[in-house]
Design a protein around this ligand. Sequence first.
Ligand SMILES: [Fe+2]
Length: 484
Amino acid sequence: MAELQIGQNQPPTHHGGLENLDAEYSYWIEDYEGLIPHDLQGTFFRNGPGRQKIGGNPYGHWFDGDGMVCAFTFKEGKVHFKNAYVRTPKYLQETAEQTIKYRGFGTQVPGGFLSNVGKMPANPANTNIMYHAGKLFALNEGGHPWEVSPTNLNTVGEYDFDGDLARSQVFSAHGRIHQATGDYINFGAGVSGMTLKGPQACLNLYRINPAGKMVNQTQVPLDNFPFCHDFAITDKHALFFIGSIVFGGMGSVMLGLKTISDGIVYNPKINMQILAVDLDTFTVSRTFDTNEHGSLIHFGNAFQRGEEIIVDGMFQTGFAANSTLVDVFNPESRFSGGYYNRYFLNMTNGQMRTERVNDVESEFPTFNTKLTGQESSVCYTACSVDNGANGFFNAIQRVDFDGHCDLLTLPPGHYGSEPLFAPATGATKEDDGYLLEVVYNAYSHKSELLVLRADNIHDVICKLPLNHHLPHQFHGHFTPEVFC
Ligand SMILES: [Fe+2]
């Protein structure tokens, strides 16, 4: 790992955490520090690219690594770990042939445009993981869900909700569970038809009931093709932020000349627009035209208070992060995140205002999802701070609704991830539970799971070391169901 050092006196960078984990494991974690709480029962699933190279050749974008699901199962004071790749056609064929065989978001098949013309990017099932209606789905916004067994992580297969999700429809990695009904709300970028100007962009909206049946879907037309990755919901509305990062040059993509990542542009002439969509009718209730350019990649919670909808999200101007994601092994690359904004949207008079909650560079906001769409007061994010080492995520913060920030900075050479809230058994208040944080130790090239008190993130309850590293992942999901 010597090549990963950026200087003799510098801590090692996060790049070792992008090396492949080709092996699949299943074991009880034995030599841990602290006490595993007995009021933490359930399964913490995570998903992310498990490999960034095949046959020694790196993929052309962090988003193109094959999805590897892992699970930490908390059971009666013990923790079991397992991991497995999602057996997509891309994973199977590339594993067998040890070379790049599929296009990706930012990856071309070797051989020039003739090897890529007319080919759609593969779905690597690598972004998020969701357990709903008794099924566990590995999700990527470029395709359909992939069903995985929650018990042993074996791949069941691609899923289309009994045919209700058409072959041409994609399904975002960021759905939300509507707490009053238990319905799962999701969306996907799409094309609703042709106009004189060309294809008409739209958002496909989906609603799946607690039995797993898709009970509603519709299309909301858009003016352009935005990079729309996440959204937020209240009890009554879905909030979509149509931002300044847009897809362009799709003709060149189809001809095999460019990748989708090449075609993404940040256009400061496009001001951000916010759509409030009624969850019952799937029609747009209000549109808010902001007077600033920018985009939000990930959202915290949203809820309605009086006439106003309040939405939290990570705001950024520009999309410099994409060049970092294209060249993940470049030791000079530094991850750049967004900043925590809060939006107040008046549903009666259409006025809006924005507040900057704090100035800590951060991403991956999470909260107690039992309060999705309802008034909540605590949010957690992964942060990038100056701790004397290379950037990437090296801290987490707990932010109160009043903006009070409690920051936990990791030691130099240690790199974090999306912190996820898991409620204590029988919890009665919002932050009664634990924060689960996977940390990559670049000195030892191994990872561990930290369990922190959610109401005091400086209180480390236990450290659960793995026997190996866990490649940096994107998102996770906690269910109180014990799968082991
Ligand atoms: Fe995401």
